[in-house]
Design a protein around this ligand. Structure first.
Ligand SMILES: [Zn+2]
Length: 442
């Protein structure tokens, strides 16, 4: 799919395509309200009765039968409508309506019919009113239209027609005031992309202690628009940067050898590491910069772990691949899980409200797998995850752990990555941030 990090040529195009937030929709809504009230179906194109041919044509083509015309009707689906009823009300016979809906059901669940959808029907012209139902088309989503057609053998056949989509690269940047999640969404990033972004940075960033008010983010991502320039879906993050106090991190999406895409830093090292620095859904950490919230402590000699304040029930993830060594109540730790990652490192998780199913000594876990849920069992004054990294069974400061990176591109693969990175950087230079664009559009 995405062979390289960025595609420069779309950069210029996107500039003209950014709608002011809600702008088009508002305009559409205003236009709608100016229109006269619509009937439950609207005639389009041709009247329901056979159009009498103009006299001039009749004299020129006396043999041409008027029944050659077809009749098209557009129906607006209303709440409670069923397809079969709609087709029949528009003039299809009960048999035709059933046959057409049967065919349509092969590619579209009729229960997915939504109020407001516009159904387009084509009938052959009959002697009085519509003749045989020939075709039904239904824009099932912004991405595709379902079409049912009467074939030469009189049997209805259904097909899906994909709408042509335009890929754009959009940039969103902003300052963190409450959390990367909230401010990312506020800057226009689709929520699933912010979650992915936080996950990608969770190998490197302690999302509770390292993110501070005033830190900045900058993200370039894909989105797809239909012919009416409405955003249909978002694609992948292509580039993301976090500027934290004291350090900045960049990641580029890249698929080595055209295979599985992953995120790499500027040096061509996979951002994946053996252990996650934030082994919890970073989007759900207590906002308001946790250090001030009792009992959220960083690592000290007195407190040999780091705490992540989050609501009870927030999923806790295995920081790395490994084997569960302990899982169960453990004194002041409450419900506790310890995972052995290799002959040096283990990680431990305390105060869980509940340990996930299947997490028991001997079980193999994958990095990111949910092993339990935040709680306040044991000695805890509020819901939080107590997280420890152990080196040869001694707790160490997770921030001091120097873990080897995962994949490190080298040789030709590194050259290819660097070219792709340069293309992305060049594209970014020509791609103003979305908030600036929105401002100029107003
Ligand atoms: Zn703790």
């Amino acid at each position: 799919m995405l062979a390289a990090v960025g595609v420069g040529e779309i950069a210029a195009r996107h500039v003209m395509k950014l709608d002011p937030p809600g702008g088009l929709d508002e305009a559409d809504a205003r236009a709608q309200s100016l229109r006269p009230p619509q009937h439950w179906w609207a005639e389009a194109n041709i009247t329901p009765r056979p159009t009498p041919l103009p006299p001039a044509r009749l004299t020129l083509q006396p043999d041409r039968a008027p029944s050659a015309a077809s009749i098209e009707r557009t129906l607006q689906v209303e709440k409670g409508d069923t397809l079969i009823d709609l087709l029949q009300r528009a003039g299809a016979s009960a048999l035709e309506a059933h046959d057409a809906v049967d065919a349509l059901a092969e590619v579209f669940d009729p229960r997915d019919l939504k109020a407001g959808q516009a159904l387009k029907l084509t009938f052959g012209a009959g002697s009085a009113g519509p003749g045989r139902l020939m075709q039904v088309s239904l824009p099932a989503s912004a991405a595709e239209t379902i079409k049912v057609e009467r074939g030469g053998d009189d049997v209805f056949n259904a097909s899906k027609i994909a709408h042509p989509l335009t890929r754009q690269v959009v940039r969103a940047e902003g300052t963190i005031r409450s959390s990367l999640y909230e401010d990312g969404v506020a800057a226009g990033l689709p929520a699933p992309l912010v979650v992915e972004l936080i996950r990608a940075f969770s190998y490197d960033v302690d999302f509770q202690r390292e993110i501070q008010p005033g830190d900045r983010f900058d993200v370039a991502y894909e989105r797809f628009t239909d012919e009416a320039e409405h955003v249909v879906k978002s694609g992948d993050i292509i580039y993301a940067a976090l500027s934290l106090q004291g350090r900045s991190l960049k990641l580029y999406r890249y698929a080595p050898g055209g295979g599985q895409a992953d995120y790499f830093n500027e040096k061509g090292e996979s951002v994946r590491k053996a252990l996650l620095r934030t082994p919890i859904d970073g989007a759900r950490l207590t906002s308001g910069f946790g250090m001030r919230v009792n009992p959220i402590l960083g690592y000290s000699m007195m407190h040999k772990g780091v705490d992540f304040g989050a609501a009870t029930g927030t999923p806790i993830m295995a920081a790395g691949d490994g084997v569960v060594e302990k899982a169960g109540p453990n004194g002041a730790y409450g419900n506790y899980v310890r995972i052995r990652h290799n002959d040096q490192y283990s990680t431990a998780y305390g105060h869980m409200s509940r340990i996930a199913r299947g997490i028991r000594p001997g079980a193999h876990v994958r990095q990111g797998e949910v092993i339990g849920y935040v709680g306040m069992t044991g000695r805890a004054t509020g819901p939080h995850l107590h997280y420890e990294v152990l080196l040869h069974a001694h707790q160490i400061n997770p921030m001091s752990v120097r873990l080897p990176t995962g994949v490190k591109l080298a040789g030709r693969e590194l050259d290819a990555f660097e070219r792709a990175r340069t293309r992305t950087d060049r594209m970014l230079a020509s791609l103003p941030a979305a908030d600036k664009l929105a401002r100029t559009a107003f």
